[in-house]
Design a protein around this ligand. Structure first.
Ligand code: G3P
Length: 248
């Protein structure tokens, strides 16, 4: 059995006051021995997370990282900076970055590599649009997204990855993939990982993301290849986030 992991992706939400209230609410409800959890927050709030979460059971991380180690790249945040603020995770290749910032599979692969080089765990997001699903291209799309990363980071890096399957049509829409639909893609992704590193693939956590809530989390995470969740909207309310952690 792989341990479950529940990660909140705050996206571009938060304020110092709201974050403090949210994190205190989550920490107050976390049980010892429950599923592992983390929050990935906007970069300006990493310092606040480090202050509030250090020594707690919850980890923290960022939502993006530069491919370059440091230097003249205005507006970018590099992996050593994330490490400096105690991050364990960084999301790479979220569909919102692919769609609104034109991130290619190759760029996402470079970001995953930069994260690994700094000792961070990249949460590699893959997912198809509704159009692609309806055209029967889901496996081609998510397969190409994952392969691009595996080719760059190599087989030895497989045990250091977290993968997140986020069907674009399920993100923030209230439409969730059924457990069977999600499991089918997760099993396909695990097979891809096996083809790269058979032994390590059994230990890689593959998270589901897309309108996961306390009400549907249990059924999704009961699937054999769904090892947790990457949570958007429901991560912004402590009772919902805790509900998902408990369901895990
Ligand atoms: O990364 C999390 C995500 O995109 C899912 O968002 O709001 O549908 O849970 P949401």
């Amino acid at each position: 059995m792989r341990p479950k992991l529940v990660v909140g992706n705050w996206k571009m939400n938060g304020s110092r006051a709201a974050n403090a209230q949210l994190l205190q609410g989550i920490l107050a409800g976390l049980n010892d021995g429950g599923a592992a959890s983390a929050v990935c927050v906007p970069a300006p709030y990493l310092f606040q997370c480090e202050q509030l979460l250090a020594g707690s059971a919850m980890a923290w991380g960022a939502q993006d990282v530069a491919t370059e180690p440091c230097g003249a790249f205005t507006g970018e945040v590099c992996s050593s900076m994330l490490q400096d603020f105690g991050c364990r995770y960084v999301i790479v290749g979220h569909s919102e970055r692919r769609a609104y910032h034109g991130e290619s599979n190759a760029l996402v692969a470079g970001k995953a590599k930069a994260a690994l080089d700094a000792g961070l765990t990249p949460i590699v997001c893959v997912g198809e649009t509704l159009e692609q699903r309806e055209a029967g291209a889901t496996q081609d799309v998510v397969g190409a997204q994952l392969d691009a990363v595996l080719e760059v980071v190599g087989a030895d890096a497989v045990p250091k990855l977290v993968v997140a399957y986020e069907p674009v049509w399920a993100i923030g829409t209230g439409k969730t993939a059924t457990p069977a639909m999600a499991q089918e893609v997760h099993a396909f992704l695990r097979q891809k990982l096996r083809n790269c590193n058979a032994e390590a693939a059994e230990h890689v956590q593959i998270l589901y993301g897309g309108s996961m809530k306390p009400e549907n989390a249990g059924d999704l995470m009961a699937q054999p290849d769904i090892d947790g969740g990457l949570i958007g909207g429901a991560a912004l309310k402590s009772s919902d986030f805790l509900g998902i952690i408990r369901a895990a």
